[in-house]
Design a protein around this ligand. Structure first.
Ligand code: CAA
Ligand code: NAD
Length: 282
């Protein structure tokens, strides 16, 4: 199948990045959010990043204008009716995602593929909210999307080979590297990354060290580009908690128990960089 027009649902940090990369790669893109402010912020962020790329002479002014011409905001899910591929990047919550997929199933053309950028939730269960489970797939981008090269592609139980091939092909057109993954909690990336972040939070919770020192250990000792607590703030502490909960419930193993300090911060509304406070202040 040929993918020409893409709708990205959720204009937060991931959705805006995905929309930007798709538009820069020549696709027509609708960026959708139910929250008008979030949509404005997402569209503005894309414009700012493109302007920075022009300033750094990475792209021309003309390429920036062409990219912006391919991009339009959308506030109605029914706009999916004109799209070949819909990529969902909303909150990491199964009930909210299945509601959106069930609605999308009504609006999107019969042949359209419905992809989710979920970090950890079962693709098979999201697919079951539609009447086209063979056309539902996980397309897991990494943050920040314009910079990170990986996309995990996750097959649900019923995902067809045709859908898999179309998404692998699309990923390559976005100049990203696809890795095929089976439908297990946290896939590969977050099954490995999130327990490390959770352990770093336990280290602070138990008074072993301060957030700054834990980050310094991992940056200077292990050459990580960001310390785990800076990374947690960057990802969003709400997203980190949702992912740990999926791992804990999905594997039924206490080694995935979310740290109580992570729960406390999320309850307080300390969600990391996006809310102005997490392990650090922004
Ligand atoms: N959006 C777009 N571009 C960004 C960006 C952002 N949020 N942040 C940085 N960049 C770009 C900068 O513009 C810069 O590009 P230019 O060279 O063209 O100017 C480039 O990235 C490097 O940035 P900086 O020099 O400012 O900073 P840096 O060298 O420290 O790199 C970083 C920043 C790429 C984010 C780096 O710190 C890093 O790799 N951090 C770890 C990121 C990571 O682990 N991501 C995975 C998170 S887990 C996930 O995504 C899965 C999940 O489900 C939770
Ligand atoms: P975010 O909080 O920055 O943005 C989510 C956006 O979705 C918000 O703007 C919100 O208004 C919008 N939204 C919520 N419900 C909606 C609905 N029903 N219809 C339309 N818009 C809706 O979140 P994020 O960090 O961009 O994460 C989005 C998804 O991507 C999650 O599933 C997350 O697990 C996944 N993910 C996150 C990261 C990360 O590092 N943050 C990395 C990879 C994948």
């Amino acid at each position: 199948m040929t993918i020409k027009k893409v709708m990205v649902i959720g204009a937060g940090q991931m959705g805006a990045g995905i929309a930007q990369v798709c538009a820069q790669s020549g696709f027509s893109v609708l960026l959708n959010d139910m929250n008008e402010d979030a949509l404005d912020k997402g569209m503005n962020n894309i414009e700012k990043l493109l302007t920075r790329a022009v300033d750094k002479e990475r792209i021309t002014e003309e390429a920036k204008a062409e990219t912006l011409n391919r991009l339009a905001p959308s506030s109605q899910l029914s706009d999916a009716e004109s799209c070949d591929l819909i990529i969902e990047a909303i909150v990491e919550n199964m009930d909210v995602k299945t509601k959106v997929f069930s609605d999308l199933d009504k609006f999107a053309p019969k042949q359209a593929i419905l992809a989710t950028n979920t970090s950890s939730l079962p693709i098979t269960e999201i697919a079951a909210a539609t009447n086209r489970p063979e056309q539902v797939i996980g397309m897991h981008f990494m943050n920040p999307v314009p910079v990170m090269k990986l996309v995990e592609i996750i097959r649900g139980l019923q995902t067809s080979e045709e859908t898999y091939q179309a998404i692998e092909n699309m990923t390559e057109k976005l100049s990203k590297t696809p890795v095929e993954v089976q439908d297990f909690p946290g896939f590969v990336s977050n099954r490995i990354l999130m327990p490390m972040i959770n352990e770093a939070i336990y280290t602070v919770y138990e008074g072993v060290s301060s957030p700054e020192d834990v980050d310094t250990v991992m940056k200077l000792g292990m050459n990580h580009p960001m310390g785990p607590l800076t990374l947690a703030d960057f990802i969003g502490l709400d997203t980190c908690l949702y992912i740990m909960e999926v791992l804990h419930e999905g594997f039924g193993d206490s080694k995935y128990r979310p740290c109580p300090l992570l729960r406390k911060y999320v309850k307080a509304g300390w969600l990391g960089k996006k809310s102005g406070r997490g392990f650090y202040q922004y």
